[in-house]
Design a binder for this molecule. Structure first.
Ligand code: GLP
Length: 256
């Protein structure tokens, strides 16, 4: 596991965007796994800038998002489909039909989850997966206790996660109780993975992810089993790490 500690969130976002852009340039038909939450917003802004100013071409790129709230339609402003359209897809030349976010309104959710897995397989698997991390160490919506071999499925959200995400809703009652999420087993099949974390509120989660034992109680610790993970943090989120980590990755050129 490669850990890179940057001074600021802006530097983190720039590095993550450069790494994603490398994959897109090396493999124009690449498959990107994307994340929501406030953490990747700066990375998406930088990718939009690269598209507008440097011509970064998304015309053949295919994307799969990690997760979606059950019960929120794509036009709800807190749905992850809305977030992705608003923060990235509407501002680059990606084909809408090449973007995939689980459907929180699917009639048969277990069947939809199976189809989602099949679509990822048919697309050739994920070349690069971008991740944030929850305060409890979750990735996507794989809450503590999630099987490290889990696949895309419906999941009950932890109260801590609902509270963390309640800042985006009018009241706690409006925060969905369930989500559809890629599993840990799905995520760690990606060729490469970038996990981003900033702010002190993520320091405990980053420590359990990077330096803790591999345990379902800290789902992100499963990333230690993956051969090509880069964890990019700021100083605050790295505050509880014991190791000494560089401020640049060992390699910048990505792609299969
Ligand atoms: C949600 C998402 C995760 C995300 C986490 C952290 O729970 N399902 O994918 O990593 O929030 O969000 P933020 O980046 O806003 O701290």
């Amino acid at each position: 596991m490669e850990v890179v500690v940057k001074e600021t969130a802006e530097q983190m976002s720039r590095l993550a965007a450069e790494m994603i852009a490398d994959v897109v340039r090396n493999k124009p038909r690449c498959v990107l796994g994307l994340a929501t939450g406030s953490t990747p917003e700066g990375t998406y802004e930088e990718l939009i800038r690269m598209h507008k100013e440097d011509g970064l071409d998304f015309s053949q790129v295919v994307t799969f998002n990690l997760d979606e709230y059950v019960g929120l339609p794509g036009n709800h402003d807190q749905s992850y489909r809305y977030f992705m359209n608003d923060r990235l897809f509407d501002h680059v030349n990606i084909r809408p039909e090449n973007t995939h976010v689980p459907d929180g309104m699917a009639d048969d959710i277990p069947a939809h989850c199976r189809e989602y897995e099949e679509m990822i397989d048919q697309a050739g698997g994920i070349d690069l997966q971008l991740l944030g991390i929850g305060g409890n160490g979750h990735i996507a919506f794989n809450e503590p206790g999630s099987s490290l071999a889990s696949r895309t499925r419906p999941k009950t959200l932890d109260e801590k996660t609902r509270q963390d995400n309640s800042r985006f809703f009018q009241s706690m009652d409006e925060v969905p109780k369930y989500a559809i999420t890629m599993g840990i087993g799905t995520i760690i099949e990606a060729e490469r993975i970038i996990l981003l974390a900033y702010k002190e509120s993520k320091a405990r989660a980053v420590s359990c992810c990077v330096e803790g034992p591999v345990t379902a109680m800290c789902p992100s610790s499963a990333l230690q089993l993956h051969p090509a993970v880069t964890v990019i943090t700021d100083k605050a989120a790295a505050g509880k790490l014991k190791g000494d980590y560089p401020d640049e990755p060992r390699r910048l050129i990505l792609g299969r």
